[in-house]
Design a protein around this ligand. Sequence first.
Ligand SMILES: [Cu+2]
Length: 134
Amino acid sequence: MRLPPWLLLLAAAACGGSPDPAPADAFPLTVHSASGALTLVLRPTPDPPTVGTDAMELTVSMADGGVPSTDLDVSVVPWMVAMDHGTSAPTVTPEGGGRYLVTNLYFYMQGVWELRLGFTGPVTDHAEPQFQVQ
Ligand SMILES: [Cu+2]
């Protein structure tokens, strides 16, 4: 289903975010989930991300700054929006305290990639941070 443009504009305004990708030197990258319930901080290794097999530490906190009461189930789908393709599935390992380590993150092309993040458990939400892979 395609969303009408006015709804997308409304959603972008509600998130307070910009559809433009963050510059590569903007890490740690802080974004909010679609509902605004979660604050997400992304720290890549290497920084900035480069073509190859990278890692990303994801720190999840509630809007009030607290940590979700139990670990969330986090799904990660790397996606290259402009070219409409993904890559192999990465590995997500909870480290406690709202931190998740995403490994085997295989960016095989330079350009803007998106991490399609899904959250279930105490909070059901999603976010799609974008960044440049060098
Ligand atoms: Cu591509």
